[in-house]
Design a binder for this molecule. Structure first.
Ligand SMILES: Cc1cc2nc3c(=O)[nH]c(=O)nc-3n(C[C@H](O)[C@H](O)[C@H](O)COP(=O)(O)O)c2cc1C
Length: 96
């Protein structure tokens, strides 16, 4: 095995998109945590019109948008429109 031979199997274009999106999501989360530390609220969204968003931001046609993160300051209880749902912690966290 050569020293510089890539040791990963995930090499298709689809696999690379997944990998890039994972990295972007981590960067997005870091941004959200940093905003919270500065007293701002954020809300990740993936339900948006990507065509219009790319046009608005003057991004190339082939660009991919990982997510949109609106930022602001919460409007207290008035800013909550409906019942909030949280997946039970034990359903998503398993200690091995
Ligand atoms: C990657 C990602 C994308 C999301 N996209 C949407 C979306 O398009 N529309 C939406 O209503 N909520 C979306 N959500 C959920 C909201 O960000 C938010 O968590 C949800 O509205 C619940 O709000 P709450 O956390 O204040 O209870 C998304 C969450 C994540 C992590």
């Amino acid at each position: 095995i050569g020293l510089f031979r890539p040791m990963m199997r995930e090499v298709s274009e689809c696999d690379m998109r997944v990998t890039v999106n994972k990295s972007c999501a981590l960067a997005a989360q870091t941004f959200m945590i940093a905003m919270a530390a500065e007293g701002y609220d954020t809300c990740p969204l993936e339900g948006f019109d990507s065509k219009r968003m790319k046009k608005l931001l003057k991004l190339p046609h082939g660009a991919g948008i990982n997510m949109v993160i609106p930022c602001g300051i919460r409007d207290g209880e008035k800013g909550i429109w409906g019942e909030r749902y949280r997946v039970p912690f034990d359903d998503v966290y398993h200690r091995l």
